[in-house]
Structures are given as C-alpha cells and as structure tokens.
Design a protein around this ligand. Structure first.
Ligand SMILES: Cc1cc2nc3c(=O)[nH]c(=O)nc-3n(C[C@H](O)[C@H](O)[C@H](O)COP(=O)(O)OP(=O)(O)OC[C@H]3O[C@@H](n4cnc5c(N)ncnc54)[C@H](O)[C@@H]3O)c2cc1C
Ligand code: FES
Length: 369
C-alpha cells in the first residue's frame, strides 16, 4: 500500500478542485440505490445515483464508506468502487458477505432500489497512474476483484493503448465475481488478456480454465512479460502474502507492486513520517472527550477509539485499521502516537486531526468528541 497523502475524488476526466462544482456529487448528499445485480452466491453489485442528478468523480481503485442502517445503530463499511469514473452517471460497489457478516449481509437482504443511504468518500490511494502509458497485471481473488473491475473498465473506455493482463482466482467457477463483465471487455479488446484460476470444479459444469492455486509457473504462462508490468493485487491477506512471495522469488521489482487490503494487515502499519513519539505500555494516560465532558484513564497503548467505546461514547468507525478515514476527529491538545494506512491526509494532520482507531494517547490528551 502506498503511504503518500491520500487522494480524494480526483481523476483524469476533471481537476482536483472540481468537487466545488455543483454538478459533481459530494458526500453531503445521500446516494439512492438504483439497481441490485446478483453476481455470485452471497455477492451482488449495488449501483447508486445522486438524487440531484450530479455526476460521480473518483479514481479507479478508490473506495466509498457506506453508512448502513442496520438494526441497533449504523455500521460503517468500506467498499471499493467497482464501476468506472468513465461512466459517471452512477457509482457501484460489489460486495460479498462472509459467514456471520452483519453489514454486508444487511445490504444483500435489505438494500433495495429507491432506498437512500449516506456514503463517505471517495477516498483511497490504490489507484492507477493514468497519466503515463503503462502495462498492467491485475491479480485478484474473491471480492478483491472489485478494483480490477473498475480499473479495467476505465482502461477499456479510454480506448487507446490498453495493455492489461488479468488473473482472477476463485474457489469455484460459480463464485467468480464479475465474470461476464470482464469476459465482455476481453472479448472486444485483444490486449485485455484474461485468465481465471479455480480451486474446485462446480458439479455438472465443464471448466476449461486453470485449476489449483496460483503459482509462479501460472504467472509466467498467463503474463510472460510480467517483469515489465505494474502489478495491482487485491484479495485475502494470505493470498496477497503468497503473491508477494512469488513475485520476490521471481525477481520482480517490488517498487512496481501495489496492493489493497480489505482487512487489517498482519504487520504493524508504518509510522507517519516525523512521528518520533513511541507509546509506553506501562505508562498511564488520560483522554478527555471534551464534547461529552468525559475523562477516562487508560494506558499509552490503548487506542482513542477503544477508550471512547469503554466510556460508552460513540465515534463512527469503519475499517479500524487506519485506511477508511471514518473515525477522523480533532485533537484539541496533547500528543498521540498515530500509525495509519493512508486514511488521513498530511493537511488534516497538520490541522490537528487524528484517526481515533489508530491513535494512542501519550500522557494527557483532549479530543473534540
Ligand atoms: C479499502 C477497503 C476496500 C474494501 N472493498 C470491499 C469490496 O469491494 N467488497 C467487499 O465485499 N468488501 C470490501 N471490503 C471489506 C468490507 O469493508 C468489510 O470489512 C467486510 O465486508 C466485512 O464486513 P461485514 O459487514 O460483511 O462483516 P462484519 O459484520 O464486519 O463481520 C466480519 C466477520 O467478522 C466477524 N465479526 C464481526 N463482529 C465481530 C465481533 N464483535 N467479534 C468477533 N468477530 C466479529 C464476523 O463473524 C464475520 O465473520 C473492503 C475493505 C476495505 C478496508
Ligand atoms: S475506522 Fe477506518 S480509519 Fe479509523
């Protein structure tokens, strides 16, 4: 994951400041669901329009955080935008519910055309370098295909100089998400090359593609010139770990490797540049939530989000690992140790904002909650 400042709502079909333009959607306006398309078991694509008719502007690979009105209070869930900014009339997310899912399951069971929900974003740094002509290899597994869908559609719509190899992995053929959409683009553009790898067959269905788990030999067969390609990878953490290991073993230049995590990375996020404060697990700390008039004792290794929850206070949060930006709050005084995954910009940090989910108090801290 890149660690430079996060970008919001920027793409090559407009300029950065165009968010002030009234014809573009901004997240103060709710989204209205306009279609629900089943993709696979427990997976569907939800498309939304802006009731005002405003258009959507984002970069392929960015995400939205949806406020889901589940019973018992809203839940915030982050989803990569699976549609392309080249089709700005609507915006889509493609979701897959795992066992015991609450938020995504609510979408599949209850979110229907005509309903309006709040969304935050677009945001995220896992985006294409659209300014330069590049050869790409998109590798994905399961619902991690969503950035591939947006990026491929964007390149397909742009129409010139496309050179994309796509490897998508799924447990079974029937669980491949976006199969028809990717096939339709690859069928019309010879320089979009598409390969699916499945672990098991579906009963009574012929599968003529690759079987097994992706390995170094398959990468070589599918994308012989992978060393010349920028790689974008998205899928479960163990899948991405395996892909990284394969690529390192193959001598790939990892500076050209990009990945998006849908869940907290196993390793600790990187410290923000210039942050030289280290929390001490034996040291006592205190957080004052000034709006609520509550002061709570804790240690320097507790996150502000966790302390707020223990004190019965609600700070809206989504990913809880510093990527979605939902838990951004203002620090009034004191020092925190913040390790994030790109969910806050340098500008916000210099204006005194922090992410509650990945900020730990150093001594006494006061926040605007
Ligand atoms: C940048 C980004 C992009 C993403 N893009 C997509 C996307 O395009 N499509 C997609 O489908 N997902 C995407 N995700 C993942 C998505 O945001 C959710 O994290 C995921 O769908 C799980 O949420 P849920 O509501 O389905 O399940 P949850 O209700 O959060 O549950 C998830 C799992 O955690 C367990 N669990 C929940 N609560 C608890 C608890 N209190 N204690 C113990 N276990 C618990 C449940 O049993 C379940 O197995 C993305 C995430 C990020 C950060
Ligand atoms: S909850 Fe996502 S950044 Fe804190």
């Amino acid at each position: 994951m890149r660690k430079d400042s996060p970008k919001r709502a920027q793409n090559p079909i407009g300029d950065l400041t165009a968010n002030a333009d009234s014809s573009l959607w901004v997240d103060r306006e709710k989204l209205e669901c306009c279609s629900v398309v089943p993709e696979a078991p427990d997976a569907a694509t939800f498309s939304f329009v802006a009731p005002s008719g405003n258009l959507f502007k984002f970069e392929p690979g960015q995400f939205l955080t949806l406020e889901l009105p589940v019973p018992g209070g809203p839940l915030y869930r982050t989803y990569t935008i699976s549609s392309s900014p080249s089709r700005p009339l609507s915006i889509s997310v493609t979701v897959k519910a795992q066992k015991d899912s609450i938020g995504t399951r609510w979408m599949l069971d209850s979110l229907r055309p005509g309903m309006q929900i709040k969304a935050i974003g677009p945001a995220g740094q896992f985006t294409l370098d659209t300014q330069n002509k590049k050869k790409y290899l998109f590798i994905s597994a399961g619902s991690g295909v969503t950035p591939t869908l947006s990026m491929t559609t964007y390149l397909y719509d742009r129409g010139t100089d496309i050179d994309v190899n796509i490897i998508n992995c799924a447990r079974r053929p029937g669980e491949i998400i976006g199969y028809q959409a990717l096939m339709a683009m690859a069928a019309r553009v010879p320089t979009i090359k598409l390969a699916f790898i499945v672990e098991e067959d579906d009963p009574f269905q012929v599968w003529t593609g690759l079987r097994g788990r992706m390995n170094q030999i398959m990468i070589g067969i599918i994308a012989g010139d992978y060393l010349e390609r920028d790689i974008y990878c998205c899928g479960p953490e163990p899948f991405m770990d395996a892909v990284r290991e394969m690529l390192i073993g193959l001598g790939y230049d990892m500076a050209r490797y990009n990945q998006e995590s849908f869940s907290a990375p196993a390793e600790e996020a990187e410290e923000i540049p210039g942050d030289d404060v280290t929390p001490d697990e034996t040291a006592a700390a205190q957080i004052t939530f000034s709006g609520a008039g509550v002061t709570a004792d804790c240690t320097e290794t507790d996150t502000i989000l966790a302390v707020a929850r223990s004190a019965g206070l609600n700070i809206a949060s989504g990913c809880t690992f510093g990527v979605c930006g939902t838990c951004k709050i203002r620090k009034i005084r004191g020092e925190v140790h913040m390790v994030h995954n790109g969910g806050i910009s340098e500008d916000d940090i210099s204006e005194g904002y922090i992410l509650a989910c990945c900020s730990k108090p150093v001594g006494q801290v006061e926040v605007d909650v």
